[in-house]
Ligand binder design. Sequence first.
Ligand code: ADP
Length: 311
Amino acid sequence: MLLAVTLNPSVDISYRLDQLKLDDVNRVADTSKTAGGKGLNVARVAHLLGMDVISTGVLGGSLGQLIERLLDQDQMKHQFLHTNQEPRNCIAILHEQMQTEILESGPTLTKDDQKLFLNHFRQLLNNIAVVTISGSIVNGFTKDVYSEMLQIARENHIPVILDTSGESLTESLRNKKALPYLIKPNVNELRQILGCSIGNDQAEWKKILNHQMFAGIPWIVVSQGAEGAFVKHENVFYHVEIPRINVVNPVGSGDATVAGLAKAIEMNLNDEFVLKYGMAAGLLNAMEAQTGYVDQAKFTHYASLVEVQKL
Ligand code: ADP
C-alpha cells in the first residue's frame, strides 16, 4: 500500500473565461473545484493505476471537509490529521490561451500540530510498502520536518520517494543516515539547488548525478519534460527517452511520474520497468486536460514505447 503525504493541501479552483477583465467584474459560469496539492495528485494517479493508496497530511475547517468529500467521491482513502485551520484555495483562471494563478500560502500551523502529525504519520505506517512526500512544507512546521519523517520511515524500513524543491529538499538530504530512497527533481529544481547551469552531454550528467549532495540516495531521477529523464540508480546511469505525444496540459506530470515510480517500486520491478512506469505515467498526465489524471487503459502501451538506455 502507498502512503501519499501532502502537508499543504488545497482546494484547486479553476475558472474558465473568454476574457479576463482587470479592474472590472468577471462573471464565471464554467468552474471546477478539485482536491489539490502535489501529494494528492500522486495519490489520484496511483489510485487510477490500480494501487491501494492512503492520502495523509493536515486538514481542518469546512474546506478541509470539502477536500475529504472530493476524495470520497473518487473512492480515494484518506487519513488526515485534523486541526482547526482551513486549508488554502488555489485559483487558476484560464483565459485567452493563458493561465493566471492566484495561490494562497495556506494556514500557519504550530509546533504542537507538527508533533501530533509526526505521531499520526508513524501510526499510519503499518502495512505501507512505499511513502511519497510531495510539495512544500506547511507554514509553521520546521524545515527539517521531512527529515524527521524520513527517519521514522527508516525505522520502519519503508522506502520514501521525496519530491520537493529548494530548501526543503536540501534540508532533507542533510541527515545521511535517513535519506530518501528516490528523489525526482526536474531540471529547473536541480539547477536551483546546485546553483549551476546544466548542459546536455552524458559526461556532465554523470558528474551532476554524482554530486556530493546526492551521495547515498539510491535513485536520482531528473525529469526533463518532453526530453524524458537522466537517472542514476546506485552506480548505474540511464537516459530515458519518451515518445512524442499530443500535449494537452503538462501540469502535474512530475506528480504522475512519482506515482508510476511508486507503483513499480511496490511491485519490485527492475530498473527498466521502474523508469518505464514513471515516464509513462508522466506523459499520460500531459495528454489530459485535468491535472493529476491519467487514462489507465493507455498505460501498458505507452510504457512499452519508453526507451531506457544504460549509459
Ligand atoms: P515536473 O512536472 O515535476 O516539472 P517534468 O515536466 O519533468 O516534471 O515531467 C515529468 C515527466 O512527465 C517527464 O519526464 C515526462 O515523462 C512527462 N512529461 C512532462 N511534460 C511532457 C511533455 N511536454 N511531453 C511528454 N512528456 C512529458
